[in-house]
Design a protein around this ligand. Sequence first.
Ligand SMILES: CC[C@@H](C(=O)O)C(=O)SCCNC(=O)CCNC(=O)[C@H](O)C(C)(C)COP(=O)(O)OP(=O)(O)OC[C@H]1O[C@@H](n2cnc3c(N)ncnc32)[C@H](O)[C@@H]1OP(=O)(O)O
Ligand SMILES: [Co+2]
Length: 134
Amino acid sequence: MLGRLNHVAIAVPDLAAASAQYRTMLGAEVTEPQVLPEHGVTVVFIVLPNTKIELLEPLGKDSPITAFLAKNPSGGMHHVCYEVDDILAARDRLRQEGARVLGDGEPRLGAHDKPVLFLHPKDFNGTLIELEQA
Ligand SMILES: CC[C@@H](C(=O)O)C(=O)SCCNC(=O)CCNC(=O)[C@H](O)C(C)(C)COP(=O)(O)OP(=O)(O)OC[C@H]1O[C@@H](n2cnc3c(N)ncnc32)[C@H](O)[C@@H]1OP(=O)(O)O
Ligand SMILES: [Co+2]
């Protein structure tokens, strides 16, 4: 079911500072910020030869990552994103296996304009998993 590792996400308290640090200290190629109100975050991507790093900061008062940053004020690893060939089939299989699919279970368009879903971290070894339609 799982395809490529699409990205590893790091929640940061200050996206501009983290982006500048990756550019200057790590010589990284960093995309321009994407403001995603429907997800409650602003993100940039660090493009690597074999995957991407997503840096994300809260956007708005209901951001899903505000609580995470309250527990991890300097930031931290937030989620991993795997690609799947068929996100609805993956969702239905995971539900059958007893995994919690977050939200209303309907995929929404993510930062790459592809359908995404999230799986509860408590069901996967304390790790929030994002699935993205390949
Ligand atoms: C940019 C768009 C898209 C993309 O295309 O890439 C994105 O990546 S958007 C990213 C932001 N969106 C989301 O994260 C949506 C899914 N997340 C959620 O629904 C919630 O964050 C959550 C996972 C349900 C957690 O909600 P929260 O309000 O924080 O609930 P709790 O505080 O009760 O947490 C429950 C439990 O889970 C632990 N937790 C929370 N977040 C994480 C995490 N990222 N990784 C691991 N564990 C996490 C939290 O610590 C609680 O544990 P206990 O304290 O032990 O109960
Ligand atoms: Co993501």
